[in-house]
Ligand binder design. Sequence first.
Ligand SMILES: *Cc1c(COP(=O)(O)O)cnc(C)c1O
Length: 393
Amino acid sequence: MKQHIFLASPHMSEEGYEQDYIREAFETNWIAPLGKNVTEFEKEIEKKLGAGKAVALSSGTAAVHMALKAVGISQGDVVFCQSLTFSATANPIVYEKAVPVFIDSEQDTWNMDPKALEQAFEKYEKIGKKPKAVIVVHLYGICAKIEEIAEICNRYRVTLIEDAAESLGTTYHGKYTGTFGDYGIISFNGNKIITSSGGGMLLVNTKDAEERAAKVLYWATQAREPARWYQHTEIGYNYRMSNVVAGIGRGQLRVLQRRIEKKRYIFDYYRRRLGDLQGIQFMPQPKEGYCNCWLSVLEMSQECPVKPIDLMKALEEDDVESRPVWKPMHLQPVFDEYDFISQIEDLHIIDQETGADHSIAGQLFEYGVCMPSDTKMTDEDLERVCSVVKMLW
Ligand SMILES: *Cc1c(COP(=O)(O)O)cnc(C)c1O
């Protein structure tokens, strides 16, 4: 019987590092709350990435939420947010009753278009609604034009939040993603390049990082005041990472580089075997960056003889998982009421069924396919996937 091939699944270290850290937590009864694994995991991330201060949290979504709280986002504030992303990037904006304005992608990086961002700043400055923050994403591990975007934010004196949930280990000009913005967020969810079984981290890179990280820690642990009894002057959250979870994360961090190398190998394999097929292109690899290749994504042009849906169906019949590119936020019914800024003027719908439109993000959604990128895949598995694909051409 053929084995199921996953898009991306948890892959614990071959050495069993994760269990060593967990065993230590059990032996010292530091199961919860906190404990050595949590603080060490934070220190290890800070050191590895060269980040200011790291705060371990229960999820990447919680990290986005805490970043927005740290910026002081509140009701009615405008936040510019990349449209092509997972909803977790945008949801916390609405938790705080702020107003997301979605920004289109560009073809070079598939991430936030700096020109559309400029356009958004000009439009919102004119109506007196300067945003309080910009959230950029490094989708699939591809680096955004982060220096250019940081420069624009700097010029307008607006806080930059970098959603590096999918790009742990990706660099831009040799510097890790997540460390360019005032805040960076990482996710250790089950499908990410390394996983703690679920969890996230907020990176604080501001000059007053120490102070801000302490404030986040306070909110994330129920906003308890330093008193003998439970005293509260602010609304708190239960967002802290547990010591057992952090143990898994620490073990995984030790094999991050190994996982990146395998992800890159998978991407190269697909490029080698499928690169010549008519109408296929692979996700961009900007020359300024080193990509963790979290998922290998291909883009099928309008002239491609095979439709994305037929490719996905053929893979599914062979028990192989694949998925469309993220459906952009500006096309999601839940975010219907919010503005969208794009360089494309004619945003007509190109697909009634999916609702995809002519924006860059809309087209990437319509024509993009995420290929199985599980680091447990063998060469035989990769070959099996490639032959299913090649048979369609
Ligand atoms: C996974 C992901 C998140 C959220 O992380 P969780 O740990 O699952 O809450 C945020 N943004 C992006 C782009 C993601 O892919």
